[in-house]
Design a protein around this ligand. Structure first.
Ligand code: DAH
Length: 348
């Protein structure tokens, strides 16, 4: 069979085409799988298929006999290609659902999200204060020294203004290191009476370890009215800590110093784990330090243009991570920022 024209002469070419026309179309239509179709494609249209040999051997057929045969062979080839495609389309429609849609299989559950513990604590705390008629406000994270220090009665030579304690930008702005800035932002725009609660991020150039981060969250509170006394502050803080940590919580106030409040206190609450008996959470002290507070310093009122003799107020500030760590028994602050799904899932 070295010369195909010997075998595929005019008559045999005709026979081959006749036979193919008779059988190929019905065999393609009967194919039941992609593999079967592929076999048929090789058999009818592959390099070694008879139709291919026919087309190749046409050159050896005398021109007068050749006419019509080439056209017939080419038409057949195209028609078979067409039918293979059609059948493969039909099979994919029929077989796919059969292969992939098993209604008895258990479904895949969508992953359930969880509220981040920091967001959750912020919501719990602001909810308590909103019931006490405090209004949620937000300030800015990029601030100026005026709002972060000067207006808060923090002197020019105070160490917190140092670049070791505050992030400064080249343009002379800074990342707020405390949410107390929001007190100033609100008071310079509005007149008393005021009751605000201001959650947000703060930044300090601390080296990251189990209890420090360069970014964390604080909540600032401020109440200003004609008469707002230190006992109002004490009462509100009692209500707040008992709502958050339980009715048995005891509160104590220790004298402290903050530039923006006078007098100032640090607030401790009885350890809710050991009920003030002493345990590892409270370091055997029975008490946990939870926030700073005090009566607004008259210099702060002056900085925002209030008449310091006509108004009184109190302010407080707390660290959200610290509260969350206490409440959920978390011992490493970094867990809040790594967003490990196994950690976050526990707060569903
Ligand atoms: N700003 C203080 C801090 O970052 C927290 C604070 C203490 C806020 C006393 C206050 C306050 O409003 O009265 O440590």
């Amino acid at each position: 069979m070295s010369d195909p024209s010997e075998v595929y002469n005019h008559q045999t070419i005709k026979d081959v085409l006749d036979e193919l026309e008779r059988t190929a179309v019905s065999r393609i239509a009967a194919a039941e799988s992609a593999e079967e179709l592929e076999k048929l494609r090789l058999e009818f249209l592959g390099k070694k298929a008879r139709l291919s040999l026919v087309l190749r051997s046409l050159g050896g057929v005398p021109p007068e006999e050749r006419s019509g045969l080439g056209q017939r062979a080419n038409l057949l080839r195209r028609s078979l290609e067409e039918r293979l495609k059609e059948q493969s389309g039909k099979l994919s429609k029929v077989l796919k659902p059969r292969a992939f849609l098993d209604l008895t299989l258990p479904g895949t559950r969508p992953e359930r999200g969880a509220v981040h513990p920091i967001t959750r604590i912020i919501a719990q705390i602001t909810d308590i204060f909103e019931k006490l008629n405090f209004e949620w406000v937000e300030g800015r994270e990029v601030e100026t020294a005026f709002y972060n220090f000067t207006a808060l009665n923090i002197p020019e030579d105070h160490p917190s203004r140092d670049s070791f304690d505050t992030f400064f930008t080249k343009e002379g702005h800074l990342l707020r290191s405390q949410t107390s800035t929001v007190q100033i932002r609100v008071m310079e725009k509005r007149k008393p009476p005021l009751r605000i609660i201001a959650p947000g991020r703060v930044y300090r150039p601390d080296t990251v370890d189990a209890s420090h981060s360069f970014m964390f969250h604080q909540i600032e509170g401020l109440m200003v009215d004609e008469k707002t006394t230190f006992s109002d502050l004490k009462g509100m803080i009692h209500v707040f800590l008992r709502a958050l940590f339980g009715k048995k919580t005891k509160v104590r106030f220790r004298p402290h110093f903050f530039p923006f409040t006078e007098p100032s206190v640090e607030v401790d609450m009885s350890c809710f784990i050991c009920d003030a008996k002493g345990c590892s959470v409270c370091g055997q002290k029975g008490w946990l330090e939870v926030m700073g507070a005090g009566s607004v310093d008259p210099n702060v009122f002056k900085a925002v243009g209030y008449d310091a003799k006509a108004v009184q107020g109190f302010a407080f500030g707390l660290g959200v991570e610290r509260i969350a760590m206490l409440k959920y028994g978390i011992t490493d602050i970094r867990l809040f920022y790594e967003n490990d799904i196994r950690f976050l899932k526990q707060f569903q």
